[in-house]
Design a protein around this ligand. Sequence first.
Ligand code: BGC
Length: 769
Amino acid sequence: MNRVYKSDEWRIIEEGFHPGRNRESESIFSIGNGYMGQRGNFEERYSGDTLRGNYIAGVYYPDKTKVGWWKNGYPEYFAKVLNAPNWIGIDVSINGKPVDLSTAEISTFSRILNMKEGYLERSFRLNLPGEKSVEIDSRRFLSMSEPDAGIIRYSVKSLNFEGEVEFNVYIDADVRNEDANYGKKFWKEVERDVTSGDGVIITRTLKTNFYVATGMCWELLKNMKPVKVTPSVISRKDYVSNTFRQKIKPGEELTVIKFASILSSLNNQKESLMKDVKVRLKEIALKGYDKLFLSHKKEWERIWEASDVVIEGDMDAQQAIRFNIFQLNQTYTGKDERLNIGPKGFTGEKYGGGTYWDTEAFALPFFLKTADQKVARNLLLYRYKHLGESIKNAAKLGFRSGAALYPMVTMNGEECHNEWEITFEEIHRNGAIAFAIYNYVRHTGDRNYLADYGIEVLIGISRFWSQRATWSENRKKFVILGVTGPNEYENNVNNNWYTNSLAVWTLSYTLSTLSEIENTAPGKYREIIRKTDLKSGEETSRWKKLIDDIYLPYDRDRKVFLQQDGFLDKELIPASEIPSGERPVNQHWSWDRILRSCYIKQADVLHGIYVFEDKYDTATIRRNFDFYEPMTVHESSLSACIHSIVASRIGNLPKAYDLYLRTARLDLDDYNNEVGDGLHITSMAGTWLAVVEGFGGMRIRDDRVLFQPLIPEQWISYSFHARFRGVLFKVTVTHEDAIIKNLSDKPLAVMVSDTELNISGSCQQLFKL
Ligand code: BGC
């Protein structure tokens, strides 16, 4: 654990500059608006270690796959979200000497992420030669109300000297991805235009041909009053800039406001990008900094009003949960069904910005409960639109007749992951995608989604399970061989309990959905049968057999579900016996040693218990938790949150709290020593679930919201907002009672512990605990 940032309710504060942890801080101080994101890089030049990065949602490059041993079925490429042209650049020189924090004498430094209002602020004082002191402040945000707009206010103040400040405001399109497989640059300049006052570069991605226009304009203020300057203009390949100088006296402040607009061919015609971006620059500059900031701030107010979590009595937990909610909302706004949520969002290159099962298993439940139902629906539609590709993907692996295998990692529906034990074997992702449809319907009540879209996906996935399972004459059961469960510290195992459970669940859900549609919308049913060519008798009777006869590994002595066949042959040694210097094991042990050990990277059986909790009694859940938790090393960010929820479910509050802190501050305290690569955006959703489903005990059951609230002893109280079927409500839990306040005008059907009731619109109800 590395504690670097100060505790604060609404802000992340770094005091003092730590060049050795600059990459880590750049990830933490990332800003975004769902359409694009920017790491916490400096505007001015910086010659120290940095990972410069800003990313535009949906703009990617298919980087040629790099593998030692090619396997048939591997994808040709690994898609990467691209480090896009640098729009933040403002170089500064004072009396001819460039400001560079790597070489400067820094007297004070702070970087603050204001999560309430959604901006990044940096402020530092430098001692210049000849006892001169200067203060530099910058503030920037990516507008939540005008998603193509990025705005920077950058001020230089002389504290005690007379001199000259030079600003060079620029756009640099000579950018690369650090993770490029063959060191290639992925962009090509198409056009550039620069005048005294603005500049635009249009670039296109190689192969994928996305066009991006990055435009800037600026204004200069002295002591907050506009000043006219005539800049000199630089225009060279991949670079445009405006340079200007101003005299400064003690106490005077020069401020550059830089407005940027970033448009891409995802939303604009390629041919009109130059014209469009210039129009946008005019509109943005006309509104001006204050107006733009105000409307941006209002958007954040709206988000917080519907999703804030307040924890009284524990500042670290409070700060962490807001950080997580903030980052999730910066990453995905749910307005565009072509976009999704990369595990690192827009905060780094790792995982290529592609879509993983993380979306359905973690992010979707968060957005289902905190945002308008359109947001979650767009996440589902993203997969619906990829059904054709998933059918092709399955066909490539030898499956037939419309069986769909969704990719492990994707941008456009095509698989781009290429480790055989994951690409071909981590098929549980298909189950998470099916379950997400059910989850959406039970939260929103939107049953039309099933007939309109969901059922086609369910049929494709069910066909896959049906062909992937084989009959074992030996066991007289259906088995699913050669898989990797969520626990990636085991590969190529037979009968992963979680995967087998999801497979049969999908088959049952598909059958019940089909009969619901047949009864309620027979015309639609016929259309679906025709469209999917479903062989009702033949195919569905095999599904029924599978449901009845699937093999689910179980240990009769311990009465626990077994993660997979043969798990009990391992030496079962608790993780507490691993010397602390050898944790995380994935940074110290050989892969071979990890695979042979009993150590579990992330929730696997317990993830299944979390998903299908209704099926198991508390004693069963407790036995499985007590068996697996001691062997789980939580080396995936997606693990501790699920264990925390299960621990709350069985009333093990100290453990639930411990695991909660670990998941909540995973990035802020850099538990796994890897935050420099980017933040764990999708696991942040799991953290939120650990409060709402874990401590709050929120469940959806029989068209009601159920609560079974608990409160960690470290907290005085906590409250959260959530939604169910269009009703927004707030739950406040203290050690004595829970209050549910209906914030909408429709009634809310709830059940707390064993009491059932309807809370009318705008009313609240108190329950004694
Ligand atoms: C986890 C996967 C996850 C991926 C992206 C891996 O470390 O094991 O479950 O999908 O990270 O978050």
